[in-house]
Design a protein around this ligand. Sequence first.
Ligand SMILES: Nc1ncnc2c1ncn2[C@@H]1O[C@H](COP(=O)(O)OP(=O)(O)O)[C@@H](O)[C@H]1O
Ligand SMILES: [Mg+2]
Length: 361
Amino acid sequence: MIIKTLELTDYRNYESLKIDFGPGVNILYGDNAQGKTNILEAIFLAATTKSHRGTNDKDIIRFGAEEGHLRILLYKNDVDTRLDIHIRKSKTKVIAIDQKKIKKATELLGLLNVVFFSPEDLNIIKNGPAERRRFTDMELCQLDDFYLYNLNNYNKIVNQRNTLLKDIYFNPSLKETIEIWDSQLVSYGSKVIERRKAFVDQLNEVIGPVHEKLSGHKESLRIIYEPNIEIEDYEQALSSSTERDIKTKMTNVGPHRDDFVFMVGDIDIRKFGSQGQQRTAALSLKLAEIEIVKRLTGDIPILLLDDVLSELDSGRQKFLLDSIGDVQTIITCTGVEDFVNSRIKIDKLFEISNGALISSQ
Ligand SMILES: Nc1ncnc2c1ncn2[C@@H]1O[C@H](COP(=O)(O)OP(=O)(O)O)[C@@H](O)[C@H]1O
Ligand SMILES: [Mg+2]
C-alpha cells in the first residue's frame, strides 16, 4: 500500500496543499512550526479517523475557515482508491471512499494502515500504564473491528457506571441498579482482556528477534501482559469491589487498569532499566508493530516518523533506517543532515515553510 497524493484544504495551517509522494522514503523538512507534523497528522487521521494529538475535529480546520478537506489517493492491491474527508465545524465529519459516503467513521478503519512514531513514543516504557494501554488500543482498534466495538462499549459502560457510583454516594437507594451495569461490564471487559492477551502473544513472536538484533545480540526482550483482573475472577472481584467503588466514586477493577511489563532477561525495565534500554525497547516495539500489521492485514503499512531520528544515537538511527526496507516512509526533520551518513535511498525530498510546499525534488 502506498499513498500517491495528499491534498489538504483549510487543514491546520494549510490553505491549500498538494503533495505527490514517492513509493519509498519521503522526507519533509523545514523549520519548527511550519506544518510538517500537520501532514503526518492528516495521514494518521485518514487511517484511524482521529488525530494522533487527540484534537477535536473542529480545531483541525484552519483558523478562520468554516470547513476543512483532506483527500488521499491511495494505491492498494493494484488499484487506486480515493478517500475524501470533509471536516465541519459543528457537525460530524463526512467521509467518502471512491465518492461513496460511508455511514460510520469506523468503516474507514483497515483501508489505510500506518505506524506512527514520534519522540514521545520513546518514553512508552518509562511512562505510566496509560501510555502502554493507549499503544495497544490504538494498534488493536486499527486492526480489529471487533476489539474496537468491545472497547468502545466497555469504556462507555465504565463511564456510565462511574456516574451511577457518584449518584449512589448521595442516594444509596440506587445501589441495586449497579448489577445491570456489572454484567455488561464483565461481558465487554472480558473480550478486551482476551484480545490483549492474544496481542501480546503475537507481539512476542516478532519483538524478540527485532530486539536481539537492535541490542547487538546482547539482550532478549519479552512483554508480559499484566491484566488488572483475570477473566475468571472478574465478576467476583467487581462485586466485591462495590463498596470501595462507591466510596471512591469510580470503578476500581477492570481492563482500564491493565499494564504491560517489559522484561529484559529477569529485569522489569519499566522500573529498573537504563534510559538507553528503555528507548531501545520502545524502538523494538515500533518496529514490531510494522511486522504485526503486515501479518494481520497481509499489507505493508505506511511508516510515519515524526522528528524521531534526531532523538536516536547513530547506531539506533542506522538500524531504524536499514530496517525500513520496502515500507513507504514519510519522515519529518528540521534538516537533512541526519541522512548524510546513512546509506538510505531517498525517494523524494520536500521543503515545507509556513503552511506551504516550497520545493520538491
Ligand atoms: N487550526 C489551525 N489553523 C491554522 N494554523 C494552525 C492550526 N493548528 C495549528 N496550526 C499551526 O500549525 C503550526 C504547527 O505545525 P506543525 O505541523 O506542528 O509544525 P512542525 O513543522 O514543527 O511539525 C503552528 O504554527 C500552529 O500555529
Ligand atoms: Mg513537528
